[in-house]
Design a protein around this ligand. Sequence first.
Ligand code: 5GP
Length: 211
Amino acid sequence: MSPKTDGSIFIFSSPSGAGKTTLVKLVSKKENFTISISHTTRKPRSKEVNGKDYHFVDDKTFQSLIKQREFLEYAKVFDNYYGTSRSPVIKNLSEGINILFDIDWQGSKQIKSQSKNFNIFSFFVLPPSKEVLFERLSNRDMKDKLIASERMKEFYKDIKHWVDYDYVVINDNLEICYNEVIEVIENIVSSKKKVSFDKQRIEKHVEKLIS
Ligand code: 5GP
């Protein structure tokens, strides 16, 4: 078992297109925070850089990393594999650095069940509406509108996992959402305790999103 460390793990999950990646990148600018760079078999998008946004690898490489037990967690999301390398996480945490994870609900579940010795806090990011979500997904994958429709289908499955997270935010306005997240993180870092949120408001919002 790994020893308890000073650094904490902050997991961010959301249905695809809720703006979580932008949010995580902003939070990572905070002193003593870094992002866990995942491996993926997905092809890079136009502005993505290998080694910065993801480690882009082929299926064979990914499968051999699984065999070598290099991943703290991994999952198939849509049609591709995504995984978190174990060694950089251990190294950063042991140096007291907080790590931000931009991963899906499957990865979050695995990390929570397997890494009980770490300080883990999880955030779920919701979009303001289905319309905004579809618009964000369509703008992102201009070349293939089908991808946006496929991801909308997954949305209804993904969203129900909000109940498993420590804190849930609605990303309507990025700046407001960022400020809320930073306030919660600062609170957690100083107290190492979870922060409560308005569950009824989120429940109502989710009902609206899935209706
Ligand atoms: P995208 O292809 O849009 O970059 O990511 C698709 C989904 O995969 C997102 O929900 C993202 O958070 C998730 N994801 C990215 N990296 C990882 C990872 O290492 N593990 C898991 N389980 N999910 C990941």
